[in-house]
Each structure stands twice: as structure tokens, then as C-alpha cells.
Ligand binder design. Sequence first.
Ligand code: DGL
Length: 270
Amino acid sequence: MNRRPIGVFDSGVGGLTVVHELMRQLPHEALIYFGDTARVPYGNKSPDTVRRYSREILDILLGRDVKLVVVACNTASAHALEELERYAPVPVEGVVRPGARAAVAATRSKNIGVIGTAGTMRSGAYDRAIKAVDPAARVTQRDCPLFVPFVEEGWLDHPATKLVAHEYLDPLRKDGIDTLVLGCTHYPLLKPLLGEVMGPDVRLIDSAEETAAAVSRELARSTLHAPDDAQGRVHFVVSDAPGQFEKVGAAFLGERVRDVETMALGEARG
Ligand code: DGL
């Protein structure tokens, strides 16, 4: 057993969907969340830049004595997970592999769709992760860059979002996928709308839920679980604009976001 915190990071506010699930599934754990609000979005940045940012944040979290790191950002998981795993002295869990495993378990037709940022789709990380579990799976990808700003605007059920969702997803639906991986932190908030667009026969895979379950298994495997008498808590750190983070974050976390610390990244690197 171990009372040290779990570090979680994301490009900004979206990773709070993963924090929400971690709090739900692991109510005794202490969490430190780092949102890189100064440099969001990661979804359209080059793999090298995302890897450099991710290494910097990993160092910050290791400096706070975390026992495990969760890469809540799909784009950072897609570009940087292997490098972070090699470098970190603690277990590192990304969101891509848990989502891929859940998709393979859910599909009957082996015809799986994946949506995410342009960077995540270009990396091919989901395609590889799904085929590593089931080489016979057929994967159809689609980047959906407009979903992130729509979600941050709170347009979860807006006609404009629905229109764009049809534009992005109708080809996947016509292609006959029976499972759709929501491969971006923001997309779980669009679940009702995406369910409506895809129809009842398509299973939606929420990486946040699957990742929290994978973290729980890893804690059990490495006997790093917090004891049952520990009270779960979360501390938020952002690289810019804490007020905006608090305001937008509530929808992702499902409760008020308070006591946000600001750490400019230049300072953090000393
Ligand atoms: N967190 C990112 C992801 O899950 C979405 C936002 C961004 O582009 O930074 O891919």
C-alpha cells in the first residue's frame, strides 16, 4: 500500500474526464492533475513538440513524488507514451491501449471506428494498438478537430455540433462499424449526441472509463493502492489561466474545480 499521489496530465482541461473516472473508481487515491493550459491544444502540434512537452510535465510530476503517472491526453499518449515509459521510474498508463482493448472486447463484426485529434489519427497509435490485440480487426479512423472547441464552448447538444458530427461520422456509419472509440479527452461529453448520430447498434468506447480500470489493475498488480482509510483528494496545477480552467473544468469533472495552482513552465524547469 502506498499513500503517494497518482500524477495525471493533459494538454488542458479535457483530462478531467479521466480524473472524474479515477475519483469514481479509486475513491481513496490522492491525485495531482497537471493541465498545460498555456500550450493547449496538442492535437495539431508535431509529435516532437508533444513529446518535449510531455517530458517536461512528467518531470514536474516526478518532482512531486507521484507513484504512477496517467497520460490522460490521447494526443500525448499517441506520440509520447513509449518514451515516457522508458524514462519514468514509476508505472505510466496511457489512454490508447485501454481504449483499444475495450473496443476489441466490444466489437462483434471486428469493424471498429476511431475518432480523435489530427495528431492522434496521424500517429496511427489506435490502429496499431487495436491490431496488436486482434490482427483481424478492421480500423477506420477520422479526425474530428472541431469537436474540441465545440465541447469547450458547452455546445454539447447544439444544432451546429450535430451538423458537424454528421459530416464527420456518416461515412463511418455507412462503412458499417459496430464500435466507435472516443479517442479524445473531450468526446465523452458528446456521448448522447454521438449515440444519436451513430444509432443504437454502435457501441461507444469511452477511454476515460477504461483507463481508470487499467490504473486500478496496475495499482493492484504493483501493490501501490492507497489504504482504505485514506481520503481521496485532487490537487490541480495549470500552466496558465486558472480562472478559465475552473470555469470550463466543472463540466468535465462533474463538480466544481477549486484551489487551482498556477505553475509557469519556465519556472518549473528552473
Ligand atoms: N487532450 C487532447 C486529446 O485528448 C485534446 C485537446 C488538444 O488538442 O490538446 O487528444
